[in-house]
Write a protein that binds this ligand. Sequence first.
Ligand SMILES: *[C@@H]1O[C@H](CO)[C@@H](O)[C@H](O)[C@H]1NC(C)=O
Ligand SMILES: *[C@@H]1O[C@H](CO)[C@@H](O)[C@H](O)[C@H]1NC(C)=O
Ligand SMILES: *[C@@H]1O[C@H](CO)[C@@H](O)[C@H](O)[C@H]1NC(C)=O
Ligand SMILES: *[C@@H]1O[C@H](CO)[C@@H](O)[C@H](O)[C@H]1NC(C)=O
Ligand SMILES: *[C@@H]1O[C@H](CO)[C@@H](O)[C@H](O)[C@H]1NC(C)=O
Ligand SMILES: *[C@@H]1O[C@H](CO)[C@@H](O)[C@H](O)[C@H]1NC(C)=O
Ligand SMILES: *[C@@H]1O[C@H](CO)[C@@H](O)[C@H](O)[C@H]1NC(C)=O
Ligand SMILES: *[C@@H]1O[C@H](CO)[C@@H](O)[C@H](O)[C@H]1NC(C)=O
Ligand SMILES: *[C@@H]1O[C@H](CO)[C@@H](O)[C@H](O)[C@H]1NC(C)=O
Ligand SMILES: *[C@@H]1O[C@H](CO)[C@@H](O)[C@H](O)[C@H]1NC(C)=O
Ligand SMILES: *[C@@H]1O[C@H](CO)[C@@H](O)[C@H](O)[C@H]1NC(C)=O
Ligand SMILES: *[C@@H]1O[C@H](CO)[C@@H](O)[C@H](O)[C@H]1NC(C)=O
Length: 637
Amino acid sequence: MAWVSVISFAVACFVSSAAGASFQVQVGENATLTFDPLTITAAVGDTVTYNFHPKVEPPNFKLSQTLIDHARTILSHNLLSKTRAIPLLGDLTAASPTTWTITINDTKPVWVYCGQTTGNHCQNGMVHAINAPTTGNTIDAFKAAAKSASTSSSPPGGLPIGGLRKTSVQVGPGGNLTYSPNNITALVGEVIEFAFNPKNHSVVQSSFQDPCHPLAAGGFSSGFLPTAVSPSGATFQIVINDTKPVWFYCAQTAKNHCQSGMVGSVNAPTSGNTLEAFIGLAAKASGSTIEPNAPLGGILTVNGTVVTADIGNVFDPSNTSSTNTNTTVSNVPPPGSSIPPNVASMAGGYQPSSYNWAPSISDTATELLELINFLDNVLLEVLVNGHNNLTTGGWSHLYPDTITGTIGSMMAQALVHRATATDSLSHYSKKLNGLCSYSFPISGAEDFVHVALTLTLLEVALFLDVISVVSASDPWLIGPISSTLGSKSRMAGMVNMMQNHIPAAAPREVMLPAPLVYSYVLNHYIVPNSCPDPLPYTSIPPLTVTSAPVSGTQRLTSVTVTFDASSKNLSMAWVGPWGTVEYTPVTVTSNTQGTASVPGDLSGHVWGVLVNSTGASAQDLPTITVAGPELVWVTQP
Ligand SMILES: *[C@@H]1O[C@H](CO)[C@@H](O)[C@H](O)[C@H]1NC(C)=O
Ligand SMILES: *[C@@H]1O[C@H](CO)[C@@H](O)[C@H](O)[C@H]1NC(C)=O
Ligand SMILES: *[C@@H]1O[C@H](CO)[C@@H](O)[C@H](O)[C@H]1NC(C)=O
Ligand SMILES: *[C@@H]1O[C@H](CO)[C@@H](O)[C@H](O)[C@H]1NC(C)=O
Ligand SMILES: *[C@@H]1O[C@H](CO)[C@@H](O)[C@H](O)[C@H]1NC(C)=O
Ligand SMILES: *[C@@H]1O[C@H](CO)[C@@H](O)[C@H](O)[C@H]1NC(C)=O
Ligand SMILES: *[C@@H]1O[C@H](CO)[C@@H](O)[C@H](O)[C@H]1NC(C)=O
Ligand SMILES: *[C@@H]1O[C@H](CO)[C@@H](O)[C@H](O)[C@H]1NC(C)=O
Ligand SMILES: *[C@@H]1O[C@H](CO)[C@@H](O)[C@H](O)[C@H]1NC(C)=O
Ligand SMILES: *[C@@H]1O[C@H](CO)[C@@H](O)[C@H](O)[C@H]1NC(C)=O
Ligand SMILES: *[C@@H]1O[C@H](CO)[C@@H](O)[C@H](O)[C@H]1NC(C)=O
Ligand SMILES: *[C@@H]1O[C@H](CO)[C@@H](O)[C@H](O)[C@H]1NC(C)=O
């Protein structure tokens, strides 16, 4: 039962892939110059872990398919390019918590030696092999070759390559309020694995100056892992990315774990900001705090099952104190609001502090940024409310938790990306686009998916237009808009796969001019005259497109369009990817309706626009548009 609270904040994400056998090799056990066992027969996918014992330095690994006849030459001449190595650990006084694990990729022999020159470990027989032949190039022949090899050498750089170097840290061993070890020296690329013991501990990153409190942004946190079971099977892994010191603490407030010295460091300096100094600061620190979400910045695993954060509702729908009554759920942060750290971690990062702004901005770019702000407000409204519905609302079991979690991450990303427009508008002292009243044609999750897809495709459409329009006048915008374009394109792909029809390989990235994007959103999602900041685009009437249902891979061949009887000579413009526009004539069938064929070379989602002339480029469509645009699914090729 002790695990209940772990599971309650966590969502089991996936089970580790089919694991091969794992072999353990003792290196220098009982102060012998040996690998035990001397040889291993391993299959593809198996792992071999080397455990290092006192007084013997760890080996360098020669992973080579080269025949043993060459071993001597390789050992003396060819180490630099061919050797996989871990650096020396120094003299050990106890079995090292640091291990080295390699994965067997094929069944060719792997030859291993200890590179310690003091005492000539290799020449004295400290060698080892995986899948050595039993005749010809045997382990005995390798040992004999090693005996007469020249002085051992190791590859330069000394960083772990070709395998996993891992240091295990016990969290609260024996009921003690400690990490063991707490004073870790680790190499770049090394994994630190925290193993949880009984009680209710955590591992959270802090700065040196402010122990017992999380970093302002970007730190790791395991969250609390209450357990009464030993071994608990719960581990939290972080990766050491650089040589800077890393400081961590247990955030448990009952008995003040951090203040009592339950802290640790990786690569702490030996003078100045030492671990001792950090322990001293922690003793005087105020009450411990922890990020609301976990795990962050590392991988939490419980007996082989990776656990991801239940990222929940960062915009709490139960918050009735919100002053924004214009929105349906009223928890969408207003444009220009700062992004809370938990939202940034959900999104995977903050916006930059500067977008390489030019000294001034053109009026066209200002208008387009206001339109992006307007559109982002709409997208956020849908994602936030849709995510609420998917997590706590009536749709909470419709999609796997991983999908729901991804929608939550998209929502946070959409918030970060709206800041591209709002930060830039604020930078140039332009007004931000306030929230309107929204009305979405959503009565079920399928509708939500369709609206979210339509909006992300509209964003993609608009960004392509923005890039082409402002590339000469405001080139600094190309970088930021390209980033948000990529983000929205990924979202469209994700949402597309949630739909209940044959999955298109990918939604198409189709350019639409800004006035068409604005009209679509006004016509479909905005309560009339509810926007505090209307934009200066001429509004275009909505287009109704109906079509016979298509099933399977059957292609949509024609559509029925509904239009104003006063204009009789109309065409459909089909706006596809790669900036293409194709035209098909509308055949009038009544005073208010006509039919148009769908060009045979289109696939996936395309935009249909009713026009009174043909031949215009996609960019010039507003000059001939009578109604539209409308999104039409024409199926795969
Ligand atoms: C070390 O000693 C233990 C206990 O005698 C024994 O089980 C183990 O096999 C020894 N290892 C080696 C490599 O000699
Ligand atoms: C297995 O392949 C990985 C990736 O290429 C490589 O890093 C590793 O060294 C290989 N393992 C062995 C034993 O050769
Ligand atoms: C717990 O702390 C006590 C007292 O310092 C020590 O003797 C013991 O070895 C520690 N237990 C573990 C498992 O580290
Ligand atoms: C673990 O500790 C945290 C923080 O003090 C607390 O919120 C949580 O309820 C505890 N869990 C259990 C099962 O004791
Ligand atoms: C993980 O495995 C250990 C050892 O088998 C067991 O004691 C523990 O209960 C397991 N934990 C969970 C959450 O299943
Ligand atoms: C941490 O290790 C360094 C040497 O690596 C040593 O100087 C220092 O005293 C150690 N600190 C603690 C608290 O063990
Ligand atoms: C290393 O980088 C990854 C990815 O940015 C991050 O999640 C992790 O927390 C970093 N590790 C440390 C110790 O900062
Ligand atoms: C509720 O919303 C208001 C206004 O948006 C905000 O200031 C406040 O922090 C929110 N409260 C909580 C508990 O989220
Ligand atoms: C949330 O669900 C309700 C019905 O349960 C629906 O009316 C509303 O439109 C949904 N909102 C979104 C954004 O999906
Ligand atoms: C809500 O809409 C009204 C106009 O309908 C507008 O004046 C007001 O500023 C809007 N509020 C917010 C928070 O956007
Ligand atoms: C109808 O429109 C087409 C395409 O724009 C044009 O070629 C044709 O001349 C027009 N016909 C009439 C009667 O206006
Ligand atoms: C065609 O549509 C455009 C844009 O709506 C309009 O300005 C123009 O007058 C129309 N032309 C004709 C011949 O109806």
